[in-house]
Ligand binder design. Sequence first.
Ligand code: FAD
Ligand code: NAP
Ligand code: SF4
Length: 671
Amino acid sequence: MHTKLLEPLNLGFTTLKNRVIMGSMHTGLEEEAPEKLAAFFARRAQGDVGLMITGGFATSETAVLWPGAGRMTSEQDAARHRTVTDAVHAAGGKIAIQLLHAGRQAYNVNMVSASAKQSPIFPFTPRELTAAEVEQEIDGFANSAAFAKMAGYDGVEVMGSEGYLLNQFLTERGNERTDEWGGSFEKRMRFPLEVVRRIRAKVGPEFIIVYRMSMLDLVPDGQTLEETLLLARELEKAGVTILNTGIGWHEAKIPTIATQVPRGAFTWATRKIKEVVSIPVAASNRLNMPGDAERVLQNGDADMIAMARPFLADPDWVLKTKESRVDEINTCIGCNQACLDHTFGGKRCSCLVNPQACHETELIFVKTTAKKKVAVVGAGPAGMSFSLTAAQRGHAVTLFDEAKEIGGQFNIAKQVPGKEEFHETIRYFNTMLKKEGVNFQLGKRVSADDLKDFDEVVLATGIIPNVPSLPGVDHPKVMGYLDVLKHGKPVGQRVAIVGGGGIGVDTAEFLTHHGVEQSPSTSIEDFCEFWGIDREQKARGGIAGVKANPEKATRQITILQRKPKKIAGPGKTTGWIHRAALEAKGVRLLSGVEYIGVEDAGLRIRTPDGAEHLLEVDNVIVCAGQHPNRELEESVTALGKPVHIIGGAFKAAELDAKEAINQGARLAAVV
Ligand code: FAD
Ligand code: NAP
Ligand code: SF4
């Protein structure tokens, strides 16, 4: 089934078990005790991945992403990392360290770059490196590689994508030098080529050098296709072992890994590189399931697959593929909520669907010695998560839900265009709960009477949507989001959405697609067209400049909220995507409003300037948050047995699936 993916890869001096690379992720463990990083990687090595790459480690004092970020610049650093490499090798794995110079993409007042040009998304202007300092930075890479070898790493990955220093040298966007390091592309290319040559000279021929190459910059004044192809050929000559794919600078205004991006959306860019080199080339970005990964290899788009977040979601991704247990894979749904949102929020990474990720030494599930009969009411994310871990620990679990299928609100979320991946989480739990012998009692609204024979009860009954005390809220044109997303009630052409949280934004997304044949998330062609990606790569950076025929909404939609802050959806790294996509489709976003009331003609509001307006709409859809559903709490507590409340039933405000799944797993670890 997955013959190409699982085929060993002979690199001449060493052989990788299969074609799967676990791509680099900064998890936040890099700056903690090395034992935690070791446990993280060892767990994934046990899962049989071919080659793992660490998060980025700085190659010099000026290379850091922020003061105090991890670096590989001394023998002491090398000694610390022994803990990691020994653990990985003991588990039968191979690991390379990523060497990173952030250049201008850093939170560092001492930042340096090819030229003194500030990044639009970072707060400081970098200092231009002198020619002598350029030489020192190149030596910094080579020395770091030597320390990495001393630390026992099997190789290094040179970070040459996402807009970091190497890209800054390579492009007119970052490099305005007129000396031997700037001007023509040949001169701009010297920096990365020298980095690779000097690393190869230091580490010798039998050491893996992966080069993460920006195949598509997705920023103005980025590289052209010709420049990218030339660079690939020169990197091969300079001594690179494997070329890995990077797509888009952090500065890019086009989504590259979020769940709205179709699976395998950029493998066409990788293919162009593969055609001009003879070393293995790895495809990446939004590949999360073995079938798609295998297809990319069978199509000849790449020789290897690099995936990062899917290994947070499931350390056994490769093992399960090998053992034909694909249905048991806990799939990364591309939400970014517990990984990138955490990283950019200064918190340690984890995973929405796998709270053990990056907490391997802290969240441990051990078999119980006191088996209990546990009833779980509610098969949403919280109830599913609790039930699975409790059953795996050896408890006898019965899972009740009044719905005929498990999944709770995920069954609603998965219908939102761009959130189709949520169905994978339901599939995973369905498979695993059955495998662990959980007794499903579906299609049954539970009362306390049904729970008398259990030792303990978990209430995971979710939420009830809020109905705001707004004049005219009982007008026939007012609907709840469940009317739209769950019950499929007809919605008019002119719509006002009350509430600009995640669900308000999702409801608008749903309504802009409703009745439209193709959504940007369903085909790679449409996605590229919508976001203005030039697949021919004629334009610099691969951006077409203007949005080529953006899909227009079939409805007039206004999202409103009372708070003055921007409406964007909750995600730190994804809110801008929602905002850009909705604005491109003509959705109006109004913050700081006061609701006066709903009347026959529409919704009357007051804007921050004090003016009154009537929004002439056919429907007002209420997405005004939720409160906990605790209908059963009193009657179940009266049974006199331990009752636990988790998920939305515990706390509805700001409760998301990340917290619901985490709470479920953490309770099950101790029950
Ligand atoms: P629920 O998922 O609400 O599950 C509760 C279950 O209990 C239901 O299945 C219900 O039928 C059952 N139940 C209740 N009472 C009884 C009873 N008496 N007997 C039997 N069964 C009963 N979160 C995110 O983190 N990221 C997102 O991108 C995201 N997108 C969303 C998009 C939409 C459109 C919606 C609606 C929600 C979204 N959420 C998202 C929120 C997320 O789905 C919820 O936070 C999560 O589902 C809460 O989980 P839960 O298990 O507590 O409750
Ligand atoms: P939410 O994010 O709390 O948003 C509720 C919205 O309703 C806010 O915009 C709020 O704005 C408004 N509101 C609250 N009380 C109101 C009232 N009395 N009258 C009028 N407006 C009112 O909740 P949600 O959108 O329902 O989402 C529920 C949970 O699911 C959240 O935790 C969310 O993070 C999660 N979720 C996440 C995603 C995602 O993509 N990550 C997507 C969907 C849901 P004002 O009070 O300013 O008017
Ligand atoms: Fe994937 Fe979301 Fe987990 Fe990140 S948090 S690894 S995007 S499922």
